[in-house]
Design a protein. Structure first.
Length: 86
């Protein structure tokens, strides 16, 4: 399963949403990847998610395979949809 998401959080994907993304990715028994600007990383690693440096307006492709892949992508989508202003 693959889906694209646009970062709507004004501060981008910083530590707090990145932690929620990793937690959502871990719902999947298989693999979950994030891809931005041709760079593909495991979404189950906080360091990797932060390393992508996703900012407001960036598009991130989330791909998942395995058990609960759809649920993991949906949960990650909910994180992308949430706008936190701090």
């Amino acid at each position: 399963m693959e889906q694209s998401f646009v970062v709507v959080n004004p501060t981008g994907i910083h530590a707090r949403p990145a932690k929620k993304i990793v937690e959502a990715a871990k719902l999947c028994g298989g693999t979950v990847f994030f891809e931005k600007d041709g760079k593909k990383v495991s979404a189950k690693s906080l360091v990797n998610v932060l390393a992508l440096g996703a900012k407001l307006g960036d598009t991130v492709i989330v791909s998942a395979e395995g058990e609960q892949a759809e649920a993991a992508v949906e949960a990650i989508g909910a994180v992308f949809a949430a706008v936190e202003v701090h």
